[in-house]
Write a protein that binds this ligand. Sequence first.
Ligand code: 5GP
Length: 209
Amino acid sequence: MSRCKILSNKFSRYGILFVVSAPSGAGKTTLCDALRQTPDFVYSVSCTTRPPRSGEVDGEDYRFLSRDDFLARVKAGEFLEHAKVHEHYYGTLRQPLIDNLKKGVDVLIDIDTQGAAGIRNCGDPFVRDALTDVFIMPPNLEELRRRLTKRRTETAQQIEARLKTAAREMKHWRDYRYTIISKSMEEDLQKFRQIMGAERILSRRLILQ
Ligand code: 5GP
């Protein structure tokens, strides 16, 4: 108990695992970048076998692993959840996450609906208790199309593929404890901060020494 976050001479708590999912174009990356400006949590860095894109930093954006290394870690049970997306593997390491939560450090994970389901259904009650999941819902597909077109990073064909994935992912909003209907980045950020604030004072999270 002495390792978790001390809130007063009477109360302490373990860390909260904030999982955020959103279809691409819903503003999740901008939101997470803004959240990282005031770091009162640690950001969970996923492992992947895909090669780094230009500008991506190993250990910051992802931990880039060889396929053999990744699969050996799967075999050793090191991942809390992992998935194959297109031809590459992605996964969340169990131990660093649990170490932080046990110390009372809050952790933010930015992951798709498949990964979120993997964490929600993981066999570890400590992780499930720590979990607070948030879905960022784009206002509608037309607005999402407008945002994706505006950022000019995808071809028309890629935009259509992303919209298809988005439509599929948007059906999962009810699986999440919170849904933020995306407006401006500032409004989304404010709502996310409100969720963080409320979750941090939930009675059920407090431990009486
Ligand atoms: P990208 O290669 O574009 O960075 O990510 C591709 C997909 O992998 C995205 O949908 C992203 O959310 C997902 N992803 C990233 N990290 C993880 C992870 O740790 N676990 C799972 N299951 N998916 C992940």
